[in-house]
Write a protein that binds this ligand. Structure first.
Ligand SMILES: NC(=O)c1ccc[n+]([C@@H]2O[C@H](COP(=O)([O-])OP(=O)(O)OC[C@H]3O[C@@H](n4cnc5c(N)ncnc54)[C@H](O)[C@@H]3O)[C@@H](O)[C@H]2O)c1
Ligand SMILES: O=C(O)C(=O)C[C@@H](O)[C@H](O)[C@H](O)COP(=O)(O)O
Ligand SMILES: [Zn+2]
Length: 378
């Protein structure tokens, strides 16, 4: 498979996010981390850096980044937080903001997110609010963050009321996706990222979904199929973001599976033992397809096909696969009512008319959603 708009640079693929004077590159390739120092001195001469990371990633990849920055003479400070979704919290935010302020970095200096989507969302938010906006670079280290969260500028933290409810749009100046770091990623986290990758097929690119059905084992194994799939996912996201940066319309398609998925994550109290984001998205995408079938919009065979593929790669596809206490429909509806797509009290869901034929439905009957969930949980 090839994708014409993914430009190929020296040893790496390049995807550009077109946002006028805030446009930026996504560089995708192996072994980019050891060259970060040179890259920074050429793109951001004289800038100092605060590297925000988590303790797992720090143990595996921070030394490579530090060695490269030191060699290039870039002054940096490393800030470590605990790994996991609970770090995307008020406590995580306070700690990270104070730590950046302790460094005395200026607005023109850089915040670097070195980690998965949790670190990317938190560090991006920190960069967006410190001194009313510092420059920001994403170095995503999970599949999920390489194909989704590092691109597009959604940043923020969770609240007890729900996912990502506190945040802002703050675009990075650069995204460097070193595919070599995925070699250390546990399979469960790789599969969680794969859910967001499959999402692009299910939104509006059925050919990509069919390609993934045929090539997913190679994507999991690594090599050129993986890079191709990452680049194609980034291009899909870059196109949507360029057309609708602030989610006034079609960007909401990227939320396929998220209205249900975020409610499930809230119900599971952001406990990674029970559910991680990509798994919530996998179950949420199945629910979105099943709900579309129930509304008479979609052929049940499409849902069966989606479930079969997600199961093949080892993702959960049903609420009953989440360990711990079974959720109730009322609690899920409370989270759904706080969804950011709610407008004048109307629920918005991403529904589908077929394989890769998703659309934004702005007026969904909450009673129909609750009845659907009540039946699923019976
Ligand atoms: N901003 C967006 O557009 C966007 C998009 C999708 C998801 N998200 C957010 O992203 C988060 C999920 O991201 P995630 O799945 O990357 O989770 P994560 O950041 O928690 O990373 C998952 C786990 O992998 C570990 N890890 C990271 N890189 C590693 C590596 N190279 N080797 C070994 N271990 C590694 C982490 O320490 C963590 O334990 C959620 O909070 C979700 O809401 C945001
Ligand atoms: O970038 C987007 O837009 C997305 O919706 C991507 C999602 O995969 C991601 O999980 C995002 O953080 C969800 O955004 P939210 O606005 O529903 O919190
Ligand atoms: Zn997501």
């Amino acid at each position: 498979m090839s994708h014409r708009s993914v430009a190929e640079a020296e040893n790496c693929r390049l995807v550009r996010v077109e946002l006028a004077d805030r446009s930026y590159d996504i560089e995708i390739g192996r072994d980019l981390l050891p060259k970060i120092g040179e890259k920074f001195t050429s793109l951001f001469p004289g800038a100092k850096a605060a590297i925000i990371t988590d303790n797992t990633v720090a143990g595996l990849h921070l030394e490579t980044v530090e060695a490269s920055l030191s060699k290039a003479g870039v002054e940096y400070h490393a800030i470590e937080l605990p790994a996991g979704e609970k770090t995307k919290s008020y406590d995580g935010l306070t700690f990270a903001c104070d730590a950046v302020l302790d460094t005395r970095l200026e607005r023109g200096d850089l915040v670097i997110a070195l980690g998965g989507g949790v670190i990317g969302d938190l560090a991006g938010f920190v960069a967006g609010i410190i001194r009313r906006g510092m420059r920001f670079v994403q170095i995503p280290t999970t599949l999920l963050s390489q194909v989704d969260s590092s691109v597009g500028g959604k940043t923020g933290i969770n609240s007890g009321h729900g996912k990502n409810l506190i945040g802002l749009f703050h675009q990075p100046s650069l995204v460097l996706a070193d595919t070599a770091v995925l070699d250390t990623l546990p399979r469960r986290d790789f599969a969680a990222g794969y859910a967001e990758m499959a999402k692009y097929g299910l939104i509006n690119d059925p050919d990509f979904f069919v390609w993934l059905e045929a090539n997913w084992q190679d994507v999991f194994a690594g090599g050129s199929a993986r890079e191709e799939a990452i680049a194609r996912s980034c291009q899909a996201k870059a196109d949507v973001v360029a057309a609708d940066e602030l989610e006034n319309g079609q960007r909401a398609l990227l939320n396929l599976g998220h209205t249900f998925g975020h409610a499930l994550e809230g119900m599971a109290e952001y406990d990674a033992e029970r559910l991680v984001h990509g798994e919530g998205v996998a179950i949420g995408m199945v629910l979105a397809h099943e709900f579309s079938v129930r509304l008479g919009l979609c052929d049940p065979a499409v849902t069966d096909r989606v479930i079969a593929h997600l199961k093949d790669v080892g993702l959960p596809t049903g609420i009953d696969e989440i360990p711990g206490q079974k959720p109730n429909a009322e609690l899920l509806m409370d989270f759904i009512a706080q969804d950011k797509k709610v407008s004048r009290g109307n629920l918005t869901f991403i529904l589908t008319r077929g394989l890769g034929q998703s659309y934004v439905e702005k007026s969904v009957d909450p009673v129909a959603v609750k009845d659907f969930l009540t039946e699923k949980l019976a």
